[in-house]
Design a protein around this ligand. Structure first.
Ligand code: AMP
Length: 374
């Protein structure tokens, strides 16, 4: 028997930009756990304040003011001996930085569930052994017993599969599936082709771009607006760091609104001048089409190398906040002829899958656990 039959095990999506935690409720349904600030996502950012370590939203805010004592994007460096940026003169291993994020997640989960000590943590499918081991070590340093590490696309497939009914609650596929998991987050793009046969989950191929994500869509829109402003007033607001920062934030808000509406208005204020610019969804898509094309090329190339045509896919699962953009669904549907599955919130799918998998480990007898191969 497993040694954790009756304890709460959490699923952790330990992201590059944001992390999410989930558990199974009494009905065995995955539920996202809100952090101590009341949010469902926690920025994976650590502030090494002399008064103590701070993780999450507060640390992210501090990054603009005290960048020398803030560590972000440590996930990109997992498996390296040292984090590239010295923090207050010290060189820390990346897993130590990540362990602070995990400790906050564990503590926040414990506020809701009572003392939590066990977790399943997800990692990108392309993580090699040293990076997986570093993730495991980060968990241990955070006081967690990491009962398994699973691939993010596998976790997403489990969450959608159980929700949609193409997997049983024990993780067995009703029929063979060839699934594309398209994950476009804030700063990274990952795409994985998965074959699911019975209880066998295989990541057949994986590709991506560690420097492509929602932030690039924000920047493209901000650049366009700054250009309009310059034409109108004859000076470049990008020379003003605070105005640029504000514009980037407003561009992100406008981008999100454009996922719901066909037109938004973006206010700009700099150097005593004010203006409002209308942006249509069509214009936004035109400005960012090259970015979307990069994800299309990467996906097509990966499929070609795996000897799979777009039309062979049985499902497309969307993960990552940026997949809320209508241009993403439209492109994927155009290429594949199938409607991408958007039935689970793209921010929560991976954590939910990790929680479901943790539940499977808890309830299944040894030998029956799904086989998750890389
Ligand atoms: P993640 O890294 O998965 O948390 O994704 C965060 C990214 O998703 C950020 O770039 C957000 O701006 C983006 N995002 C969140 N909601 C939306 C939305 N409704 N429309 C477009 N992008 C969004």
């Amino acid at each position: 028997m497993w040694g954790y039959a009756n304890v709460a095990i959490i699923g952790i999506d330990l992201g590059t930009v944001n992390s999410v935690i989930a558990h199974l409720d009494e009905d065995q349904k995955p539920v996202t756990i809100h952090n101590a600030e009341g949010d469902i996502t926690t920025p994976s950012v650590v502030l090494f304040d002399p008064a103590g370590i701070v993780v999450g939203k507060e640390a992210l805010k501090a990054a603009a003011i005290e960048p020398e004592i803030v560590a972000a994007f440590a996930k990109r460096e997992m498996g390296e001996p040292e984090f590239s940026k010295p923090i207050a003169g010290h060189r820390l291993p990346p897993e130590v930085v990540q362990s602070f994020v995990l400790r906050k997640l564990r503590e926040d989960a414990s506020l809701v569930l009572g003392e939590v000590t066990q977790a399943v943590i997800t990692v990108p499918a392309f993580f090699n052994e040293p990076r997986r081991k570093a993730t495991q070590d980060a968990g241990r340093l955070a006081g967690l017993d990491v009962i398994d590490i699973i691939n993010e696309p596998t976790a997403a497939a489990i969450a959608f599969g159980v929700h949609r009914g193409f997997l049983s609650s024990r993780g067995t596929a009703m029929q063979a599936e060839l699934v594309l998991v398209y994950d476009l987050g804030g700063g990274t793009f990952d795409v994985t082709l998965m074959r699911i046969d019975g209880q066998h989950f295989e990541a057949v191929a994986t590709a991506g771009d560690v420097y492509l994500g929602g932030i690039d869509w924000d920047t493209a829109l901000a650049e366009h607006i700054a250009g309009e402003f310059q034409q109108q007033f004859g000076f470049d607001l990008r020379e003003d760091a605070a105005a640029t920062q504000r514009l980037l934030q407003d561009a992100e808000d406008a981008k999100r609104a454009l996922s719901q509406r066909m037109e938004v208005t973006l206010p700009v204020e700099c150097g005593g001048q004010r203006a409002r610019y209308k942006v249509s969804r069509g214009k936004f898509e035109e400005l960012t089409t090259a970015l979307l094309d990069r994800t299309r090329f990467t996906t097509t190339k990966m499929l070609q190398e795996a000897g799979v045509a777009w039309g062979d896919l049985t499902r497309i699962l969307l993960v990552g906040g940026s997949t809320r953009m209508p241009m993403v669904h439209a492109m994927l549907e155009r290429e594949s002829g199938i409607k991408p599955d958007r039935s689970i919130s793209p921010d929560e799918a991976v954590a939910h899958g990790a929680a479901i998998y943790a539940g499977m480990l808890q309830s299944l007898a040894a030998g029956e656990r799904p086989k998750l191969s890389v």
